[in-house]
Design a protein around this ligand. Structure first.
Ligand SMILES: [Zn+2]
Length: 452
């Protein structure tokens, strides 16, 4: 009981202390290995990553945001917002008012990014701090007229080594100091698309390469003396699912192409009708049983994917593993599907002075990462869809309690109280002195003769 009180008290004190007790701002490196499906960790070997986790924390599943595509999810991680709120609603977008287009290859217009403020911008507005990025979607765009102080223009041909060299150089030698940095790598997404996550042989090779890169990262941080004081988060944007040539949804079999514009195709198609919306909707609605068809106003609330002009009047959502095509028969192993599917989820691992060691957590939302990062950096977060409380168990300066622990503590307290009560009752019984039985005396008196 005493121990419990001490634990509660110390937890509350440290929990309330937060960042205020630290004189120097924490440094944070946020790393994304694109398309790192959560269960790769169980199904393949990652000696370097497992070492990293052993000394840090692991969140086994991160529930990402719908649609489960690269640009939207990377922006949710750094803003804490659902796609309808941060405005990057797909990898391919069209804005009907300005007639602007957005794609993987045409993403530099700040117009698309300015609906939110990413953490590298907020970090840089603090006195005596700067941000750095070795490629993360949006970091080479002047969002709200601000890029990170140090960044690289996106190019998939730049090696991991060069990205790592740059980011560590900036973390070490910049003034004002870099306190927030990002590092991005295209694998295992590229190979996941190419081979499919169930191709054990190829994925084993690719994932070993990814693990070796994590080994390189940790080794370099150690050699440069950055390892002990730097907080490092390794996560991803989405998972990957297996495809099949038998799982194709051919829109050309259902509707004439001239009646609509396709802004995005698969596995979530964004449809802008050229004729009557209801007519297009009715034709698509009966197109294929493995595809849900929604008018924008009927998109399920759980997707948080409705209130933005960039979301088109009709969206088509393929079932897991199904590919939406236009009169061609090539399936695509992909992501982008319903974010309640575990195959779409990535993981999160973290290491550093702010994180516990050897702690495992089952799940958080990807939008929860932003308020946690703001806490680590001592930044005031912008309004967001994340919940800081979901990540408290990962952090050493926070008091947290999970359900099994709570049940354990309640049972423990009840046991202690029951034992104490029993002891008190027993002790009371033992201490009580037996009193003479008064009626016996009366009986003795009764024996006396009435008249002597
Ligand atoms: Zn991706």
């Amino acid at each position: 009981m005493k121990l419990l009180v001490i634990l509660l008290f110390s937890g509350l004190i440290t929990g309330c202390g937060g960042n205020s007790s630290r004189s120097l701002p924490s440094k944070l490196l946020l790393v994304s290995f694109d398309g790192f499906r959560a269960d790769y960790l169980q199904n393949y070997e990652f000696p370097h990553l497992q070492n990293f986790i052993k000394e840090g924390v692991l969140v086994e599943h991160v529930k990402n945001v719908f649609i489960t595509k690269t640009f939207p999810n990377h922006y949710s991680i750094v803003t804490g917002l659902y796609e309808e709120s941060h405005g990057i609603v797909a990898n391919s977008m069209y804005d009907v008012i300005t007639k602007k287009h957005f794609s993987d290859f045409d993403d530099k217009d700040p117009f698309w990014w300015n609906e939110a403020v990413p953490i590298w911008v907020t970090n840089q507005l603090q006195e005596n701090r700067s941000s750095a990025a070795a490629m993360w979607p949006g970091t080479d765009v002047p969002i709200h007229n601000t890029t990170p102080s140090y960044f690289m223009n996106y190019s998939s041909s730049v090696s991991f080594e060069e990205r790592l060299n740059n980011i560590t150089m900036w973390l070490m030698n910049s003034n004002p100091p870099v306190t927030f940095a990002t590092l991005y790598w295209e694998e295992p997404d590229a190979s996941g698309h190419k081979y499919g996550p169930e191709d054990k042989e190829n994925m084993y090779r690719v994932l070993k390469e990814v693990d070796d890169l994590i080994g390189e990262l940790v080794h370099k941080l150690k050699v440069l003396g950055l390892w002990e004081n730097l907080n490092v988060i390794i996560t991803s944007d989405h998972g990957m699912t297996q495809c099949s040539k038998d799982k194709l949804i051919n829109l050309d079999l259902c509707i004439d192409r001239s009646s609509y514009t396709l802004v995005d195709l698969t596995p979530v198609a964004a449809v802008l009708p050229k004729i009557n919306t209801t007519e297009v909707y009715n034709k698509l609605k009966v197109c294929n049983p493995h595809m849900n068809v929604y008018l924008k106003e009927d998109i399920p609330a759980r997707f948080h994917y409705q209130h933005n002009d960039r979301i088109q009047p009709i969206i088509l959502v393929a079932d897991e593993g199904w590919t939406i095509v236009l009169n061609k028969s090539l399936p695509k192993c992909d992501h982008g599907y319903d974010n309640s599917l575990s195959s779409m989820h990535p993981f999160l691992a973290a290491h550093g002075p702010v994180f516990h060691k050897g702690y495992k957590h089952s799940t958080i939302n990807s939008v929860d990462i932003y308020p946690m990062m703001c806490h680590i950096l001592g930044l005031k977060p912008h309004p967001n869809n994340g919940t800081f409380g979901h990540t408290k168990c990962l952090l050493v300066d926070q008091w947290c309690i999970n359900l099994p622990e709570a049940i354990g503590i309640v049972i423990g307290v009840l046991l202690v109280l029951t034992t104490l009560t029993c002891l008190i009752i027993i002790m009371q019984n033992r201490l009580s002195v037996p009193r003479p039985f008064s009626r016996l005396q009366l009986q003795e008196d009764d024996d006396d003769p009435l008249i002597e």
